[in-house]
Design a protein around this ligand. Structure first.
Ligand code: ATP
Length: 235
């Protein structure tokens, strides 16, 4: 059995008085790719933000390896080996492509990922390395966001809405790159609106509905009917 690297147990998350997650349980094994699906507002982003420390929770509700990280700050979580590729990329607009990538490297974790390797993965970024990140297409900006996360040499990388708003040809390139990234043993959590894509890249899938896990199963054996029921809450 591969080692379990992330354990979420009974996670509740709040925005003020509003409760966005209710008792979420989830696990990720070393080298595993997990997909999270669910309708708009189901709580997918809240879950990733909780794991990465952008929303603080009770410490014991999220464990990374043997450490309780639910109450840790984002910079600490990054140093422990978790990285997030946020929805909408969130690059630094005044910085160049290369400067954005180097920010990921500031986390200071040793490992195989370097500027050189990111440029091998996405050669277009090397061509554009001195350009402002805002001058790139949406797909290229997504590559910068992925490269920036990889530069921190994470053990677990999380992608929020990985293909949202991108052209099909770019989505294909990003998924091809993803296969190489996780092939090296890194674990991944992928939030993806395209259910077929989500199932094809992952070994297990969780569906969230109104802040609760409505379905969990193996991606290769789950039926469309089960997903429809879990996604929309229809009987
Ligand atoms: P989407 O696909 O639209 O991003 P999601 O599944 O990622 O949806 P979340 O963004 O996690 O869902 O939102 C979960 C719930 O929390 C929603 O009801 C949303 O309105 C609410 N919510 C999200 N962010 C905030 C916030 N900053 N303040 C208050 N409520 C929020």
């Amino acid at each position: 059995m591969p080692e379990r690297i992330l354990t979420i147990a009974g996670l509740d998350a709040f925005y003020g008085d509003f409760q966005a997650l209710y008792g979420v349980d989830m696990t990720v094994a070393q080298g595993e790719v997990l997909a999270i699906i669910g309708a708009n507002g189901a709580g997918k982003t809240t879950l990733l933000r909780s794991i990465s420390g952008l929303i603080r929770n009770e410490a014991a509700q999220i464990r990374f390896r043997d450490r309780a990280i639910g109450a840790e700050r984002p910079d600490m979580v990054a140093r422990m080996g978790l990285a997030m590729v946020p929805e909408g990329r969130q690059l630094f607009p005044s910085l160049s492509v290369e400067e954005n990538l180097l920010i990921g490297g500031r986390v200071g974790r040793p490992g195989p990922w370097s500027l050189r390797r990111v440029y091998e993965l996405f050669p277009i970024l090397e061509e554009r390395r001195h350009q402002a990140s805002t001058s790139l297409s949406g797909g290229q900006q997504q590559m910068v966001a992925i490269g920036r996360a990889l530069m921190s040499n994470p053990d677990l990388i999380m992608f929020d809405e990985i293909s949202l708003g991108l052209a099909p040809v770019i989505i294909r390139d990003i998924y091809a790159a993803l296969a190489g990234i996780v092939g090296g043993g890194m674990s991944a959590i992928i939030v993806e609106q395209d259910i077929t894509k989500a199932l094809s890249v992952s070994s297990r899938v969780y569906c969230l509905q109104e802040g609760r896990v409505s379905l969990e199963g193996r991606s290769d054996s789950i039926s469309r009917e089960e997903i429809t029921r879990a996604y929309f809450g229809v009987a």
